[in-house]
Write a new protein. Structure first.
Length: 117
């Protein structure tokens, strides 16, 4: 009888721990939603690019603007891939989300990642 009680206790304890871990690592991150406004980041970078192109007529400045655009195009997918791992949440586009109470804006973090050298 004592052995049966001990086995029952260990089984219940194992199940409770497994459920707690599942909730912590699977359910809880899925409930947190990070929102990214990619259009805003694109518009800001496009304005910067246009300003560089129109402000100067030298070939060197134009090449510098093209290099900036190339680096942006390379950094954006990498930054978007890193965001969910850093925040431990689901990341969606701002335009595709309506009324999520657990959402928070990750656009400034994306902008920092893209603008970082």
């Amino acid at each position: 009888m004592k052995s049966l009680a001990l086995h029952t206790f260990v089984t219940v304890l194992s199940v409770v721990m497994a459920l707690a871990l599942y909730h912590h690592f699977v359910i809880r991150p899925a409930l947190r939603v990070g929102v990214v406004d990619i259009a805003e980041v694109y518009r800001a970078k496009e304005a910067e690019f246009t300003k560089l192109l129109t402000a100067s007529s030298s070939v060197k400045d134009r090449e510098q603007a093209m290099e900036m655009a190339k680096k942006f195009a390379q950094r954006l997918p990498v930054a978007l891939a890193e965001l969910p791992q850093e925040c431990g949440c689901l990341v969606v586009l701002k335009a595709s989300l309506i009324g999520a109470p657990n959402s928070f804006d990750l656009t400034p973090a994306l902008r920092r990642k893209v603008d970082a050298p």
